[in-house]
Design a protein around this ligand. Structure first.
Ligand code: 48N
Length: 311
C-alpha cells in the first residue's frame, strides 16, 4: 500500500499574527491608524513574518503556475513590452510570462540617444503612443516624447496591470528548451532560467543549476547590446539551429526600421524574434536613437504569436 503522504500541517499562525490579521494589536486591543503628518502618523501593526509570507506566497505561487506558460517573452525592452501589451490585451486567454534579466525592465528605452532624454518615434508608430496615451510633440514626419521614460513607464504600468501577464525581472534566460516535434523538426518549447546574478556567476561557482519554463511559443526580444544582448540569436548558432549570426550592420534609419518590422517572424519553429536582436540575427542595419520600429516590431511579434495560436 502506498505510504500515505502526511500533509504538511497548515502553518498555525501565532495568535499575535491572527490578532493582527483581524485588525487587533498584539495584545488583542484594537489599533488605530493615523495619517496625522504633524507628528502622529501611525501604521497598522505588523509581524515581520507577515511581510515574508505575503511575498513568498505570491511569488512562488506565480512561479509554480507559470512553469507552464502559453507565451514566454524574453526581454522587457521597448520591443518586448510592445509585444506583451498587444498580445495580452488581444488574447486575454493566453498566459504571458515576461523574463527580464535586469532588475529594472525597459532595456534601452529609458533614454533617447547619447543619454539625452527625448524619444523620437517616426510615423506611423506614433499611433501606438496615442493608443497608450503617451503625449508627444508632433514634428511632421516624426513625433517626440519629452522623456523616453514617459513611454517606458506608461507601457510598463499598462502591461503589468493586465491580468494575464506576469514579469520575472532580475531573472535571466540562460538557455532554450529545444525538442523534436512530431514532424521531426527542432522546435523551441520554452526557456531555461536562473536568477541573473547566478547566471552571471557560473564561472565563480560550479553547479548552480537552472529552472525551466515550458511554452509553445517564445518571443525573443533581447536587444543587440548589454551583457546578454542577442541571447537567443547567439544560442541558435551555438546549438546549430542557425548557421551564423548576420551581425548588425551600420546605421541607416530609413533602411533599418522597415527591415526590423517587416523581418519580425518565427525564425525557428516556436521562436519569434523581435526588436534589435533581429538585426544581429539577420544582419540588418541599426537605426540609432529612433524607437518606432521597436514598437511596431513588438506588435508584429504579438500578431505572429496570435497567428500561431489561431492556426
Ligand atoms: O531595449 P533592448 O536592448 O532591446 P529592444 O529590441 O527592445 O530595443 C532596442 C532599442 O532600445 C535600441 O537598441 C535602439 C532602437 N537603438 C538602436 C541602435 O541602433 O542602437 O531590451 C532588451 C532587454 C533588456 O532589458 C535586457 O536586460 C533583456 O532584454 N535581456 C534578457 N532578459 C532575460 N534573459 C536574457 N538572456 C536577456 N538578454 C537580454
Amino acid at each position: 500500500m502506498a505510504p500515505s503522504v502526511a500533509l504538511v500541517p497548515e502553518i498555525q499562525e501565532p495568535s499575535v499574527l491572527q490578532a493582527k490579521k483581524n485588525g487587533l494589536s498584539g495584545n488583542g486591543t484594537h489599533y488605530e491608524v493615523s495619517e496625522n503628518y504633524d507628528g502622529d502618523y501611525r501604521f497598522a501593526p505588523i509581524e515581520e513574518a507577515q511581510v515574508s509570507r505575503a511575498m513568498i506566497k505570491r511569488y512562488f505561487n506565480m512561479m509554480y503556475e507559470r512553469a507552464v506558460s502559453d507565451v514566454v517573452i524574453v526581454g522587457a525592452g521597448s520591443a518586448g513590452l510592445s509585444c506583451a501589451y498587444h498580445l495580452a490585451k488581444n488574447r486575454p486567454d493566453l498566459s504571458v510570462t515576461i523574463i527580464e534579466a535586469n532588475v529594472a525592465p525597459g532595456g534601452g528605452a529609458w533614454l533617447g540617444g547619447q543619454l539625452m532624454t527625448p524619444m523620437v518615434v517616426r510615423k506611423p508608430a506614433d499611433r501606438f503612443l496615442t493608443e497608450l496615451g503617451v503625449p508627444f510633440e508632433d514634428e511632421g514626419a516624426f513625433v517626440v516624447v519629452k522623456h523616453a521614460a514617459l513611454f517606458t513607464a506608461t507601457i510598463l504600468s499598462k502591461v503589468l496591470a493586465l491580468p494575464n501577464v506576469v514579469m520575472m525581472n532580475a531573472t535571466a534566460v540562460e538557455d532554450l528548451i529545444v525538442r523534436e516535434d512530431f514532424q521531426g523538426r527542432q522546435r523551441v518549447a520554452g526557456v531555461v532560467t536562473n536568477w541573473t546574478l547566478v547566471a552571471l556567476n557560473h564561472d565563480t561557482q560550479s553547479c548552480m543549476d537552472p529552472n525551466v519554463i515550458t511554452a509553445p511559443v517564445v518571443v525573443s526580444a533581447t536587444g543587440h547590446d548589454g551583457p546578454m544582448g542577442a541571447f537567443s540569436a547567439k544560442r541558435l548558432v551555438s546549438t546549430g539551429l542557425l548557421k551564423e549570426l548576420g551581425n548588425m550592420r551600420g546605421l541607416d534609419m530609413n533602411r533599418a526600421e522597415p527591415a526590423i518590422v517587416n523581418g519580425t517572424r518565427e525564425v525557428v519553429p516556436g521562436l519569434i524574434m523581435t526588436g534589435m536582436e533581429l538585426s544581429e540575427h539577420d544582419g540588418s542595419n541599426r537605426m540609432g536613437p529612433t524607437f518606432g520600429a521597436m514598437m511596431a516590431s513588438g506588435i508584429k511579434a504579438a500578431r505572429e504569436t496570435i497567428r500561431i495560436f489561431e492556426s
